[in-house]
Design a protein around this ligand. Structure first.
Ligand code: SF4
Ligand code: SF4
Length: 899
């Protein structure tokens, strides 16, 4: 009987909802007309997805053998089939693609300065050689604690070693104190200022009393950031916003010391060198030590800065006269991942170039706090060394308002869409699942749709997951619109209808994937959502790749195109849409931040959002107070793109070697008075090389032509010719049956070792024509409108005189580098980049030692070994040594075996 009752409530006619449950729901007023419902089934109680319940209950009901008549119409079977289908793990396809997205500190977070310095310091303290040399003592392994606050992010990659355990708010210090009597390690405890006042100070007091050996690192960022920037006793205002007394952390800690020899230091973690030295000195001392890292929360600081920019823009009639960005030059970047490994900043991104994957700054997310540029590395070749010269400050100076750069699109004459969903029938329900990453504006789109639904007269219920939103975590929102205005609905709360937006499995009508990876999670059988079915769900997807922390660290990767294919298999193919709208948005509107609204426009124009133009227009204006015009424009551009996918075509890039030849010849002719001669030589070299290696695959020909160009720039056409001869040597022993894999590896490997990134070459790469054109496009610089772009390159030249080395960390300008790029004669100096030169010559000699005829795979592996060498000097040298040793061992074992 019980099972029959349950089954009737699950899938039978609408049953009266228990009054108690209904009236407890915050959505149910039980007082007004909005509280009526017409949707049959179980109530979608907050936090409980009915599909999960159905999955458990249906087998139970069917097991009773006495199924009520109204459930014998196949509905149970159909529901179970749907649940099984959506839960079936097609994991062999899906699992490699849907990688986890772990949270991290926000761009601009002062914790990043601390953690990045601690990562370097921790490595050094563990290194016996370093400790012997610098401190004349054995290695020190730190035990690290944290608790609840923004610094909880330390638990996740790449800083797991900085927070070994998690207890509860304010309890990190207590955990340190608790284990102190049982270990000899030095300990560090991270704490925020909010936590210090909440309960953290008790642990410091206790540690002082117990004379323990712990360093407390308190980040004083002047707010309780984790929970939404509330005031605390150390801030100027009280919770009501009134001026109040300020308690000073440093004075409190000093007062706690009493008669103990407590060490207290207060300084900014942004001053990396001083901060590192202070940490090292302090941690190695015995007893309780407190370091107060004094730097404002990135969010409050950059909000203030954004307000100031808006004020400036108003003052100047719509433009900011001067704005500085952090830039990475991909040609100079070696993808050594030192910067991402030390910061994991979401302001950094990965890009694919003709020289492989590189790191770049993301214009929309980077706040230019310089933490990635301040990263330093230490290894057996040196300590606290700047890893590369790729970073630079780009300042865009404008004297006028930006000119309108969009083509004529007639955005005011867009036709009304034809709705896909019929919402006229009482009880009709429309559901949307929106997925993105914190900062992409999922909450904003949800707020717009909630307002639009209300405006249209629907019953609206929704569910948001925000959580670690601003810290690069996944965010989703689910909304249901219900037409509950029919005559057949009973008054009051006596009928059931969705009281939460949680979407039962397979019931989403629209999947709005502002982030493709998070959208894929919505269909992943391993996750709780499983919202899509091909019969019902249309997908609107953004193909932009927003890297996860693991992607930035080079540990995991995903392919947006593969994810798209996977998602579209679960959705209605004819109603779905996928495009890299973020890229388009940044190119045309100066920032990716409007992409959410652009996608809303696409979905609306495809008829996938059953609401009137006036309701959604009103909702956008009512929700978004700032940049309203730009948002409305983004919405209309989205609508236009749904109608005409090619309305905003991308600038064509050369794809074939012939196109590259034309393109680069044009650059050569344009950029130098000897350009005509250089272009002719380049054309001759490339055409002859390709004539001599006609069977190479097209991709290899393109790569070869590009590297010939770069080698000419590096030195001259003789040097490029030498490269071609070496490649040809491999080609002659290679075969089309093997797809010329060895020649392809040689094209890449030889260029990698021959293009030594020394001072003149780096200076060239930082100032070359192609780079400037790319930056002009990236930063929306319109030179014809009076805009200018000014560079400050954070370079680090080094000169060796015999055994002496002189290194500068120096900020250079373009004119300086333009002089340096001409100093190719430095390469003739004795000892100039001796280790890189030795590696190059060793690699070239390998061509005579590999055996393409008899051991092709090994030969290819050896030729590819150069790819593993990346970075500059201290970062590069150990890799060169490792690769060389591994290849020599392999060749040696081969020699031994054959003899
Ligand atoms: S070379 Fe290394 S440290 Fe420099 S930008 Fe590239 S990945 Fe980052
Ligand atoms: S400057 Fe570097 S660390 Fe700072 S926000 Fe930009 S990318 Fe992140």
């Amino acid at each position: 009987d019980q099972a029959a009752a349950l089954s009737a409530r699950l899938f039978g006619k609408a049953f009266p909802a228990p009054r108690a449950a209904c009236s407890q729901s915050p959505d149910c007023s039980a007082n007004g007309p909005q509280a009526r419902a017409t949707v049959p089934g179980i109530p979608e109680a907050r936090g409980l997805n009915p599909s999960l319940l159905a999955q458990l209950l249906i087998p139970l009901i069917r097991g009773t053998g006495d199924i009520p008549a109204e459930l014998r119409d196949g509905r149970l079977r159909a529901e179970m089939d749907l649940l099984r289908r959506l839960s079936r793990p097609r994991l062999e396809v899906i699992s490699p693609n849907i990688v986890p997205r772990t949270p991290t500190f926000c761009p601009g977070c002062p914790h990043r300065d601390s953690s990045s310095t601690l990562l370097e310091l921790r490595r050094n303290l563990k290194d016996p050689q370093y400790m012997r040399r610098v401190h004349n003592r054995g290695p020190v392994d730190l035990v690290a604690h944290g608790d609840t606050g923004c610094y909880t992010m330390l638990m996740f990659p790449p800083t797991e070693q900085l927070m070994h355990n998690y207890s509860g708010m304010g309890l990190g210090g207590g955990t340190g104190s608790g284990i102190d009597p049982f270990i000899t390690n030095k300990q560090i405890v991270f704490m925020g200022d909010g936590t210090f006042f909440h309960s953290g100070q008790i642990a410091i007091s206790n540690a002082i009393k117990a004379n323990q050996d712990i360093t407390f690192i308190i980040l004083e960022n002047k707010t309780t950031a984790m929970t939404g920037h509330q005031e605390h006793p150390g801030t100027e205002l009280d919770v009501l916003g009134n001026r109040s007394y300020i308690q000073d952390i440093e004075s409190i800690v000093r007062a706690m010391a009493g008669t103990s020899p407590l060490t207290v230091e207060k300084l900014s973690p942004a001053n990396r060198e001083k901060y590192r030295a202070t940490l090292e000195r302090t941690i190695l001392r015995d007893g309780v030590k407190v370091i107060i890292a004094d730097k404002e929360c990135g969010i409050t600081y950059y909000r203030r800065q954004a307000r100031e920019e808006r004020r400036l823009a108003r003052e100047h009639g719509g433009f900011v006269p001067r704005k500085t960005y952090m830039n990475i030059t991909p040609e100079v970047c070696e993808n050594c991942l030192e910067c991402t490994g030390a910061t994991a900043c979401p302001g950094l991104t990965v890009i694919d170039t003709d020289y492989g994957r590189k790191i770049d700054t993301d214009l929309t997310w980077c706040v230019n706090d310089g933490a990635c540029e301040r990263v330093r590395v230490s290894n057996e070749y040196g300590t606290s060394v700047k890893p590369c010269p790729s970073f630079e400050q780009v300042t865009v100076i404008r004297s006028r308002r930006k000119r309108y750069s969009l083509p004529k699109m007639d955005l005011d004459k867009l036709p009304d869409p034809v709705p896909v969903h019929e919402m006229g029938r009482p009880g009709s329900t429309w559901r949307v699942h929106m997925a993105g990453v914190g900062g992409m504006g999922i909450g904003v789109v949800a707020a717009i749709l909630v307002r639009a639904g209300h405006k249209q007269g629907y019953r609206v219920v929704f569910s948001d997951k925000k959580g670690l939103a601003i810290r690069n975590g996944g965010v989703y929102s689910q909304i249901a619109w219900v037409n509950d205005r029919g005559d057949d609905a009973s008054p009051g709360c006596e009928q059931l209808y969705p009281i939460t937006g949680l979407i039962p499995h397979g019931r989403a009508d629209l999947l709005l994937g502002v982030d493709i990876l998070e959208a894929a999670r919505a269909i992943d059988p391993r996750e709780q959502f499983r919202v899509a079915t091909p019969e019902r769900t249309a997908a609107v997807l953004n193909l932009h790749k927003q890297p996860t922390v693991a992607t930035l660290l080079g540990r995991q990767d995903f392919d947006p195109e593969k994810l798209r294919d996977e998602i579209l298999q679960h959705c209605h193919p004819d109603r779905s849409y996928a495009k890299n709208l973020s890229e388009l948005c940044e190119q045309r509107l100066g920032s990716k931040q409007f992409v959410n609204i652009m996608m809303l426009g696409v979905a609306y124009q495809l008829g996938l959002i059953p609401v009137s133009a006036s309701a959604i227009g009103w909702a956008i204006r009512d929700t978004i107070r700032r940049d309203q015009r730009k948002n409305i424009k983004a919405f209309n551009i989205g609508r236009k793109l749904a109608l005409e996918p090619r309305a905003l075509p991308k600038k064509p890039e050369p794809l074939t070697w012939q196109q590259l030849l034309t393109n680069k010849s044009r650059v050569l002719r344009k950029t130098s008075w000897t350009g005509k001669l250089a272009a002719e030589r380049f054309e001759k070299l490339v055409t002859a090389a390709i004539r001599n290696m006609p069977d190479l695959p097209e991709r290899s020909k393109y790569d070869l032509a590009l590297r010939i160009y770069d080698l000419m720039q590096y030195e001259d056409h003789h040097f490029a010719r030498r490269y071609i001869e070496l490649v040809r040597k491999v080609y002659q022993s290679d075969s089309g049956l093997r797809h010329f894999a060895a020649t392809h590896a040689a094209i890449w490997g030889l260029a990698k070792v021959m293009l030594i990134k020394d001072e003149p070459y780096v200076a060239y790469l930082l100032t070359r024509y192609e780079k400037k054109q790319r930056d002009i496009a990236k930063y929306g610089v319109d030179e014809a409108n009076g805009d200018r772009i000014v560079y400050r390159h954070h370079t680090r030249p080094e000169f060796s005189f015999g055994k002496r080395r002189i290194r500068f960390n120096i900020t250079t300008t373009d004119w300086m580098l333009k002089i340096v790029r001409r100093m190719k004669w430095w390469r003739r100096l004795p000892g100039w980049h001796a280790r890189e030169v030795a590696f190059r010559d060793w690699y070239i000699r390998l061509l005579d030692r590999i055996d393409l005829q008899n051991d092709y795979d090994r030969a290819v592996r050896i030729l590819r070994s150069a790819d593993e060498v990346c970075g500059y000097r201290e970062v590069r040298y150990p890799k060169m040594d490792r690769v060389r040793a591994a290849v020599e061992a392999e060749l040696g074992s081969l020699g031994r075996r054959s003899s």
